[in-house]
Design a protein around this ligand. Structure first.
Ligand SMILES: [Zn+2]
Length: 68
């Protein structure tokens, strides 16, 4: 769930952490933390048309994956 603050919203990519955890290798043994490029490590993003569109595209992607 996205939490709204004034003019900004919690980054949907990193959930406000400012970084994301990803598997370092394809064998999924080691996790590393990478900077979140979507919010530029801020953990929140300004509400703009671009931001909202990116979030919508992300949601559409998830929906597609879920259906398959
Ligand atoms: Zn982020």
């Amino acid at each position: 769930m996205v939490t709204l603050t004034e003019g900004k919203l919690i980054c949907p990519k990193c959930y406000g952490n400012g970084f994301r955890r990803v598997w370092k290798d394809a064998d999924e043994k080691v996790m590393i933390e990478i900077d979140c490029a979507f919010c530029n490590n801020q953990g929140e993003v300004p509400i703009t048309k671009d931001t909202l569109r990116a979030i919508k595209e992300e949601n559409d992607e998830v929906t597609k994956k879920t259906k398959n």
